[in-house]
Design a protein around this ligand. Structure first.
Ligand SMILES: Cc1ncc(C[n+]2csc(CCOP(=O)(O)OP(=O)(O)O)c2C)c(N)n1
Ligand SMILES: [Mg+2]
Length: 798
């Protein structure tokens, strides 16, 4: 061995004899394995379901996580832990005093420690949620960009600059969003990011045959990353110095991944038989023959990702630079457990019999299973004192906070003539930029190559594009005519992204957690074309699941973009807006509505979640993100004073543009760009339904959510009524409601359920045809004639 038996191992933050590091590693392996075993075999599982999918994946990362959490990380560092290593994460947090025993015992149970690390549902110190593979990885690089943004703006000085670390499964590297993020990171001079790959060559289904390291190294180096391969542990490295040792290493290098995995599972006898067959070099054979079974198995499986000394060396060495680094750490899935290397081990669980053996091997007596120090041959006090001084944990749970930014009354552009909501959005932002002040300074915008076409241009002209290094706008410098002035620099407030919607949502997720992760409040606004929400939907869901706060402005939308391209027409997005937890969606018709919504949204995204839960309308109380579905169709604006009642109706989700008479027989409820069609139809229908009402629905989502919350309250015996119940109350019992929007008709058809009215729901179910707006509204039946026909169903017109 190259190391003396109990050599001191030093890192930038800590020095211990290697035995201490190994004891911590052993404890982490024991606890993480026991958490899963307990959830399956010792807790009452009355549904009889076994919860697999963690034991082998967790064991794979134990050494890497031990090295990082106990020797390398500092409080300012933030980590995304691959989903199936959640038991390792919770075990470490338990050792550090941030996780309770009850939660561990309840792993995967209701209210217990979560199956995948969760910022919102776990009580311990999760930095980034994971679950949908690939997203947590990319999230770290966007978080690092946000850290740079904040510091470049002169903020965040009370909290040191940290490193954003992802613990990555090797199969996770098949997710395309990772490569989108790599390219984006390269463009923005990414720093302070580490991706530590658990290279066990196993995915969920199988052992991966392809030797990928060369390809990965090329990709990462090409993107400006440093690649550190941690392949051999110290035992294997030591073979080099021995006669025949190199031949053994060559054999490992050439060994097929499947065979290597199978031998890891088989153990010493398997290794001996296979090596006897394959190794012809005399020295190598003598070397192998001299090893007893235990030494042979320990040597052949001594991969770098399980060798604390090798890991500590590699990590420690990389701390001297801020260059992004990818560590490819060779590991064995299930290492240290009887499941090791088996190709089917992803959902594998140790049997009670195997667990008994594992417990004995760890010197754990009955009743000591949850002890932090049992079985280590160290005094409980000494071991716990050593854990308590872990540098990473010096500041305890690291949820930061930031003061709220006062929103006040937004400065508004003149609202008159024909305008589109998209145009209004651009003008309101331009006014905010012009007015300046704290609100303007904390807004940050971002867009995946649709900045100009979503009308962010005027904002960017005033506030500049963000870059770590100043860059002049060549066109401007040469006095060439251009509407866009794209000077770049550290003071810029727009982050321009390439066309990758996944990146947009991950960027918004990172910006939208800035208050909690970096202690600085950002007010992020992202724009994209409405149909392409679907392209990044999982990343949007991921952002919302972490309770990131941002405003998403999606424009153009629906078939209203008419001649521009059938492929760009969005139908289902209003339903996405309704169904997506954590985001309140709006689709205004008029610019004054949009201005009210924007003002409200800037406050809503800053509301702080309360700890206590109940059957209240949680998002209304706790805040969330906001999605605005806007249009490029210019429509005549209504000139009206913004009364408090009107403002309230817009935010609650709807108001009567023409209130119905008591007992009215018809209401037309419309959303968004079809306002003129609804108004025209109303004019015609008043002959038949004299007291009919015209309802502007600014947010089907909030109207519906308010109704659902009131229903829950009613089910609990409380007499609460929702906004939509009040709105529809004047209508006759047998009144008809015609709903219409440029989107899926189901968005509004539920309104019939509120008081039992009959609904004719108009909307778009098919798409893809170019044409003029009248052509398409007629074709898809959302024009005035269709509204009239729907209102008159079963009645004779004169
Ligand atoms: C987007 C997504 N697709 C599928 C899954 C299901 N899944 C969970 S883990 C996994 C593969 C894990 O392989 P790897 O990342 O190498 O981790 P290991 O199993 O080796 O620990 C899959 C397919 C998922 N969590 N997310
Ligand atoms: Mg793997």
């Amino acid at each position: 061995m190259v190391q003396a038996a109990n050599a001191l191992v030093a890192t930038g933050v800590r020095t211990f004899p290697i035995d201490v590091w190994r004891d911590i590693e052993r404890k982490v392996l024991w606890l993480s394995t026991h958490i899963i075993h307990n959830a399956n075999h010792e807790r009452d599982n009355d549904d009889g379901l076994k919860v697999g999918g963690h034991q082998a994946s967790s064991a794979s990362l134990v050494s890497i996580m031990t090295a990082l959490y106990f020797a390398i990380l500092r409080p300012q560092d933030r980590v995304a832990v691959k989903p199936h290593a959640s038991p390792v994460f919770h075990a470490i947090q338990y050792l550090l005093g941030n996780q309770t025993l009850d939660m561990l015992k309840d792993f995967r149970g209701f209210g217990g420690a979560q199956s995948y690390p969760s910022r919102t549902k776990d009580v311990d110190d999760v930095d980034f949620s994971t679950g949908s593979v690939g997203l947590g990885v990319a999230m770290t690089s966007f978080a690092s960009l946000v850290q740079d943004y904040i510091r470049a703006h002169g903020w965040g000085r009370n909290w040191p600059e940290g490193r954003m670390v992802a613990l990555v499964g090797d199969a996770e590297l098949d997710e395309g969003n990772i490569y989108e993020a790599l390219i984006e990171g390269w463009k923005h001079d990414l720093r302070n990011t580490w991706w530590v790959v658990d290279y066990n060559r196993q995915s969920l289904d199988a052992v991966i045959p392809a030797p990928l390291t060369g390809k990965l190294t090329n990709v990462f180096e090409n993107m400006g990353w440093r690649v550190v391969t941690v392949k051999y542990g110290k035992r294997l490295q030591a073979l080099r110095a021995q006669p025949g040792g190199q031949a053994v290493l060559d054999w490992i290098d050439e060994c097929d991944n499947g065979l290597y995995s199978a031998l890891c599972f088989q153990g010493a006898a398997g290794w001996r038989a296979q090596l006897a067959e394959d190794v012809t070099d005399g020295d190598a054979r003598a070397l192998i023959d001299a090893m007893d079974d235990e030494t042979l198995a320990a040597t052949m499986t001594d991969l770098g990702g399980h060798c604390l000394e090798s890991l500590l060396e590699a990590f420690n060495e990389a701390t001297s630079s801020d260059q992004p680094a990818c560590f490819i750490c060779y590991t064995i899935k299930g290492r240290g457990l009887p499941l090791a290397g088996h190709k089917d081990n992803h959902a594998g669980l140790m049997t009670p019999e195997q667990m008994k053996g594992f417990k004995a091997a760890n010197n754990i007596l009955d009743g000591q299973e949850w002890s932090k120090s049992a079985g280590l041959n160290r005094s409980e006090q000494a071991f716990e004192a050593l854990l308590a001084e872990t540098p990473f944990n010096a500041k305890g749970r690291r949820r930061l906070g930031a003061e709220r930014i006062e929103v006040g009354a937004l400065p508004l552009p003149p609202i008159k003539g024909a305008m589109s909501t998209q145009q209004g959005f651009g003008q309101v932002l331009a006014e905010i930029a012009r007015a300046g002040g704290k609100l303007a300074d904390h807004i940050v915008t971002t867009s995946p190559d649709v900045t100009v076409s979503t009308n962010l241009g005027p904002w960017v002209n005033r506030r500049g594009v963000f870059a770590m290094q100043a860059e002049e706008d060549v066109f401007q410098a040469r006095k060439l005519m251009s509407a866009q002035r794209w000077g770049k620099g550290p003071a810029g407030q727009h982050i321009e992204l390439g066309i990758a919607e996944n990146n947009l949502f991950l960027m918004l997720a990172a910006m939208g957690l800035s208050h909690s992760i970096f202690g600085e409040r950002l007010l992020p606004i992202g724009t994209l074309y409405d149909p392409f929400i679907a392209r990044g939907l999982d990343a949007l869901n991921y952002a919302c699941y972490q309770d990131a706060r941002f405003i998403l402005v999606a424009t153009p939308s629906g078939i209203t973009l008419a001649p521009e391209g059938g492929a760009h027409q969005s139908i289902g997005t209003p339903l996405i807006g309704m169904a997506q937890d954590g985001i309140a969606s709006f689709e205004p018709s008029y610019v004054d509505e949009l201005a009210v919504i924007l003002e409200w949204a800037l406050e809503y995204i800053q509301r702080a979640p309360k700890a206590e839960k109940g059957d209240a309308w949680l998002h209304e109380r706790d805040g969330g993100s906001v999605y605005l579905r806007l249009s490029t169709r210019a429509i005549d604006q209504v000139l009206r004073p913004m009364s408090p009642e009107l403002r309230d109706g817009i935010i609650q989700g709807g108001y009567w543009m023409r209130p119905p008479a008591e007992g009215a027989g018809l209401a037309i409820a419309f959303t968004g760009a079809v306002a003129p069609e609804a108004a025209t139809a109303m004019g015609e229908l008043l002959r038949y339904f004299p007291g009919a009402g015209l309802l502007a629905v600014t947010s089907a989502d909030r109207l519906n959510a308010g109704w659902k919350a009131a229903q829950t309250a009613q089910q609990h015996g409380r007499n609460e009524a929702s906004h939509i119940e009040h709105l529809l109350a004047p209508l006759a019992r047998n009144a008809r409601i015609v709903t219409v929007l440029d989107g899926h008709p189901t968005t509004l058809s539920w309104m019939g359920g509120v008081h039992g009215h009959r609904v004719q729901a108009l909307g778009v179910e098919h798409f893809g045809q170019t044409g003029t707006i009248p052509d398409l509204y007629r074709q898809y039946r959302i024009d005035a004639a269709a509204i009239v026909e729907a209102a008159m169903v079963g009645l004779r017109r004169m």
